[in-house]
Each structure stands twice: as C-alpha cells, then as structure tokens.
Design a protein around this ligand. Structure first.
Ligand SMILES: Nc1ncnc2c1ncn2[C@@H]1O[C@H](COP(=O)(O)OP(=O)(O)OP(=O)(O)O)[C@@H](O)[C@H]1O
Ligand SMILES: [Mg+2]
Length: 358
C-alpha cells in the first residue's frame, strides 16, 4: 500500500524582484511519510528559499503546500511558522548561547500550545539526549560542546515537539569531514528512530547519495529531477543532473553505422538516448566506466593522477583539449605524461550537444 504523503508541494514559485529570474520556479513534489528527501544543487539554486517557504518564513509568489493533510500555503492563505508543524535545523547550529543544553531543547516545548509539566519536560530532555548519544550534558552551555555535539543538540531541539517534518539546511557544512560523515548517518538513524520525515539540504552529492531515500536535484530554481539515489545516479534526466550528481564526462560523438566516432576513437558501444534519439550528440562517460590502456601512440595524454586510497583518479586530455576523468583500481598505474587509449566498459547515454556558441 502506498504511504500517505507528509508534504505535497504544488507549483511553488518565488520571485524576489521582477528583474531577476525566480529563485524557485514552479516546483512540485511530494514526500512520503517517514522519508528523507535530500535536496541537492549548486549555490544559489533556491534550496534555502524553498525550505524557508515550507517553514513559513517566506511567502511564495504562487503555489500551494499541504503539510500533514492541512493546507498551510495556498490561494489567499499563508500560515505563519508557529502554526506549521515543522522543525528547522540551520547550518550554524543557532543554539541560544545564554541557555543550557537542557533549556535549549526545552525551548520548543515551552512555546507549544500544549502545556508540559516540569517532569514531562525533564523526561523528554533525557530521552532526546540519550537518542543523540549525549546523555548527561543538559547542564552545559553550547560553547562547552564541540561543533558536532552542538549540531546534535540543534537536532534534538527541533525534534522535541515531535514535528512530523524536519527541515535541515546544510546542517553539517561547518564540520570537518570525519565528523560530517559520522553525523550524517547518525542524523538518518535518529530521524528513522523517531519516524520523522525530513528535507535535508546539501550541495554535497556524496552526502545526498549516502543518506537520502529520495533526492531532488535543483538548478536555477527548477527541480530538474526527483528519484531514489540509484535512479538519479544511473538514469539522470538531464545533462545537468548527470554532470552534477555522477560527475560524468561528456564527449562529442557522431554515429557511423554501428560505431560512434569520437576523438578517443571509434567506440563499439550500445547507446541509450537520454532525450531524443540522435546520430550526433555527447556521450555520457561515467568515470568508473572508462578503461585506460597503455599505448605509445595513444589518443590521449595523462595530465594528472590523484591517489584516492582505493583507486586512482586520472585526468587525461584529448588532442583538441577536452579533459576527461577516469577512476581505476590502484594496480593500474600510469605515469603523468604517458599516452594511453581509452575504452568504455558499458552502454552509454547520449545527450544532445551543448550549444557552445551561446
Ligand atoms: N531575500 C532575498 N531577496 C532577494 N533575493 C534573494 C533573497 N533570498 C535569496 N535570494 C536570491 O535567490 C536565489 C536563491 O537563493 P538561495 O539562498 O535559496 O540559494 P541556495 O540554493 O540556498 O544557495 P546556497 O547553497 O549558497 O545556500 C539567489 O540568487 C539569491 O541571491
Ligand atoms: Mg542555502
């Protein structure tokens, strides 16, 4: 049976000024109850604006939002944040510095319409601190905790009133890489344990792929694609999604019989048209599907090699100056400056050529 939606967004548009394109453009999607949506996109694409519209901090120019079965934004209707059941976690922790951890967590409970007794509040603080793995710190002040600990407290504070939807705006971007990786799984565990639905904004593709049930990819205010991480990665709906999420290479190609003629040679590969079937276009070559073969007369030259622990990432250049990236196992070593040939291990998608004259 299909899970009911926790939030249904319909044609949301936000234009800040008439001489600028919309910050959010005609965006529609739903999130199933209990799911975590990763909202991914480059800086300035409208992620924060969309979250602020959902939370009620920003009024959209058009569109409707239904939250937990209730319309909160619509024609002539706009409920303020305190009348929406959402919790928000920001990039910069935003804990109240003059309140203890316990008082910070209790903050949302005291402003709720429902009155909680002192005993209930104390129990809820203990329960949440145990959930986030920080039991016993309720008497400390935020500056007495690390950045990662503060961010877990911010999550506990947002969860305290048991909102059905939590909005997280780049909650890990101020943390170092190791804390970040640990905490993103921790956040997912906590959200699943409390059956809380969430929208998690990030511009880190790995982070989105690692923790999301679904990913929404935004570009210039548009939601270009929404799907499971696997769908987004293997079936990108647009060239932008392919480049941003999979970091794939693109190589101009012309069909010649059963082969594709390219600068790296004639490729005998199956192609899948990404948009329309075409005889010329750009092949999408995922980094992990490119194979390097040593050849003194090879068509590309190795410009750079990065050691990534389990693999190397090579940057090679064609005669016309197109740079391609490939990942190979570490037993496949090629020195910088050497010539190699490239082959492709799988079927490829072909996208229409980019108009480079613009
Ligand atoms: N209050 C505002 N007034 C005018 N323009 C705004 C306002 N808020 C955001 N914008 C513009 O809307 C666009 C989207 O901004 P937004 O903050 O939503 O991007 P973002 O995807 O969150 O970016 P980042 O990853 O850098 O946080 C930007 O061009 C921004 O300059
Ligand atoms: Mg932002």
């Amino acid at each position: 049976m299909k899970k009911p939606a926790i939030i249904a967004i319909e044609k949301i548009t936000k234009t800040f000024s008439s001489n600028q394109p919309p910050a959010v453009n005609n965006v529609s999607f739903t999130i199933d109850r209990g799911d975590l949506l990763g909202l991914l996109g480059p800086s300035g694409c409208g992620k924060t604006t969309l979250l602020r519209i959902i939370a009620g901090f920003e009024r959209p120019s058009k569109g409707t939002i239904e939250l937990a079965g209730k319309v909160v934004t619509g024609y002539n209707l706009w409920l303020p944040p305190e009348q929406r059941q959402t919790g928000m976690v920001f990039q910069d922790y935003a804990l109240f510095p003059h309140l203890t951890v316990g008082e910070n967590i209790a903050f949302g409970l005291k402003t709720k319409k429902r009155r909680f007794s002192k005993k209930q509040i104390k129990e809820r603080i203990c329960e949440l601190l145990s959930l986030i793995g920080l039991s016993g710190v309720e008497g400390r002040y935020p500056h007495e905790l690390s950045g990662g600990q503060q961010q877990r407290i911010a999550l506990a504070r947002a969860l305290a009133p048991q909102p059905p939807l939590i909005l997280l705006d780049e909650p890990l971007s101020n943390l170092d890489v190791q804390v970040r990786q640990r905490l993103r799984h921790e956040i997912r565990r906590i959200l699943k344990a409390t059956e809380t639905s969430a929208i998690f904004v990030t511009h880190d593709r790995e982070e989105a792929l690692a923790i999301s049930d679904k990913i929404g990819v935004m570009n210039f205010g548009n939601l270009e694609q929404i799907g499971t991480p696997e769908e987004i990665y293997t079936q990108p709906a647009s060239r932008f999604v392919a480049e941003f999420v999979t970091q794939a290479n693109f190589l101009p190609a012309v069909r010649q019989g059963s082969l594709w003629d390219t600068e790296i040679g004639k490729l005998d590969i199956n192609t899948v048209a990404a948009v329309n079937s075409c005889d010329t276009g750009e092949l999408m070559l995922p980094q992990e599907d490119i194979i390097l073969q040593p050849d003194e007369m090879g068509k590309v030259v190795i410009l750079d090699r990065q050691f990534l622990g389990r693999e190397y990432r090579y940057c090679v250049e064609t005669a016309s100056g197109i740079r391609l990236h490939a990942r190979t196992a570490i037993n496949n070593q090629f020195p910088v400056g050497e010539r190699v040939n490239l082959s492709v291990s799988k079927s490829c998608k072909i996208f229409p050529s980019l108009d480079r004259s613009a």
